[in-house]
Ligand binder design. Structure first.
Ligand SMILES: Nc1nc2c(ncn2[C@@H]2O[C@H](COP(=O)(O)OP(=O)(O)OP(=O)(O)O)[C@@H](O)[C@H]2O)c(=O)[nH]1
Ligand SMILES: [Mg+2]
Length: 450
């Protein structure tokens, strides 16, 4: 690890009430002295917020009046001395402050993920935890976030450590057997096989849990479709609580599909309003609109058919449509009694009024339930890292080799060697064994400042 002190903004570029910068390394006290003066530096107390006026050390010009916080290593995120600064969230201030700190000798700009990398190298967390920091930041829904928190708390590390310990235990016995080979103690091949079969199951189980990270570009997609004038655009507006879509009583108001972001309890989703689909197109443009509606519908994770409750049966587009995941009978406020037109036996159907708000909560709930994995119980854990997956696959292949050997009365040396490989594969998951290349590829994907 290089001994340079690093600095980076923790908050994104742009205007905000407050911004945050982090400094980590041996020169942190010097940074305080250079920015705020000797008095501040000598009065520096860990974990106590101080108010100071930061000045450019070169010119003496005031940069901002701000709050800062000092963490004394090893009791900090990185394990080194850390300084956090909270200036006003003006990009000019953040830039000046960053320039001033970088100008101090021995301080340079941090690379992406470098704070977390140092945290790993200083033993503050293992690699599965370090990787989960990025998951915590980028989780696109609540279930993922909860999983990321479980990973961060070391739940996977614990499982891996248990497996590694089991393999180690058998290896230790094996080595005893190697040492005392002359005494012809019979190796317990059958017993080890049983234990390795159970190790194999555990590894397989963790591997099966792998699923990639949801990225913001892959947010779940819900598409509203139905006959022209059914009330689709009105429904989008009602769900959003704002007048985003053009609405009119002229069929064919929406021409192109329009995408908005909607927050549901489980996370953010893409909601798409489409042009109405009629039996026949009135003109070329109409035909194009309908084609686009059908195309986006193909991609939908959730297809919501909107049917005008007042449309006479036979003219409604719900007949024969088994494709819809949810059917919304719109304009329920216009129905004198409780929607006589709605077929009672229809599953997943809801009566909704965009005007009065009736049924909107139920619709949100139905969307949430089908678009998001229901919040998992505390035991549920899945891995999201391709690297961890590859290590587990290595471990699994090794276990299979061991199991094969055990069937054939193997040479214990060979067996010991293969077991060693399994252990190494497991240890590389948590980073007990790691290389510069691996660290490089993990942390390069992080944000600056994390
Ligand atoms: N009373 C009442 N009128 C509604 C409701 N929803 C929609 N409307 C009316 O129905 C008409 C059509 O609504 P839109 O939301 O434009 O329908 P659409 O499905 O987007 O129509 P196209 O874009 O043409 O396919 C408008 O006059 C709306 O005011 C509702 O819940 N109650
Ligand atoms: Mg519309």
């Amino acid at each position: 690890m290089d001994s340079q002190t690093i600095v980076a903004p923790m908050t994104p570029a742009g205007v905000s009430a407050v911004a945050a910068l982090r400094v980590s390394g041996t020169r942190v006290r010097d940074v305080v002295r250079c920015l705020f003066g000797d008095k501040h530096a000598s009065a520096l107390e860990p974990r106590k917020a101080s108010l100071g006026t930061a000045r450019d050390p070169q010119t003496g010009k005031v940069i901002d009046s701000l709050l800062y916080l000092f963490f004394e290593g090893p009791n900090s995120y990185t394990g080194e001395d850390v300084l956090e600064l909270y200036p006003h969230g003006n990009p000019l201030i953040v830039r000046d402050l960053l320039q001033a700190i970088r100008g101090i000798e021995g301080v340079r700009l941090a690379e992406p993920g470098e704070f977390t990398r140092r945290a790993f190298l200083n033993g503050k967390m293992d690699l599965t935890q370090a990787e989960s920091v990025a998951d915590v930041i980028h989780s696109a829904n609540r279930a993922e976030l909860e999983n990321a928190h479980r990973l961060l708390s070391g739940a996977l590390s614990k499982k891996i450590a248990t497996l590694a310990a089991q393999v180690k235990d058998i290896s230790a016995r094996l080595e005893l057997d190697v040492d005392f080979a002359e005494e012809e103690a019979d190796p317990d091949f059958a017993g080890w096989e049983t234990r390795f079969v159970s190790v194999r199951e555990s590894i397989q189980q963790i591997l099966n849990s792998f699923h990639g990270k949801a990225s913001l570009s892959r947010l779940p997609l819900a598409v509203l479709y139905g006959a022209p004038n059914a009330g689709k655009s009105s429904l989008v507006n009602a769900l959003l609580g704002e007048d985003r879509m053009l609405v009119s009583n002229v069929p064919g108001t929406t021409r192109d599909f329009v995408e908005v972001r909607l927050f549901l309890p489980g996370g953010e989703v893409r909601l798409v309003d489409t042009a109405g689909i009629a039996d026949r197109a009135t003109d070329e443009l109409d035909a194009l609109s309908m084609k686009k509606s059908k195309e986006i519908l193909e991609e939908a994770d959730l297809k919501i058919l909107v049917v005008d409750s007042l449309a006479p049966a036979g003219l409604r587009s719900d007949e024969g449509d088994n494709d819809a995941d949810v059917v919304v009978y719109s304009k329920s406020d216009l129905c004198a009694n409780s929607s006589p037109n709605e077929p009672a036996d229809k599953q997943n159907s809801l009566q909704v009024s965009s005007k009065t708000g009736e049924g909107l909560a139920e619709l949100r709930q139905a969307m949430n339930a089908s678009l998001f994995k229901q919040t998992a119980d505390a035991e549920d854990l899945w891995i999201t890292s391709e690297r961890e997956k590859a290590c587990l696959e290595d471990a699994l292949a090794g276990v299979d080799r061991v199991l094969n050997l055990l069937k054939n009365n193997p040479a214990v040396e060979l067996l010991a060697f293969e077991m060693q490989l399994v252990r190494r594969a497991l240890q590389s998951i948590t980073g007990e064994i790691s290389s510069e290349d691996i660290l490089q590829s993990i942390f390069a994907g992080f944000c600056i400042g994390k």
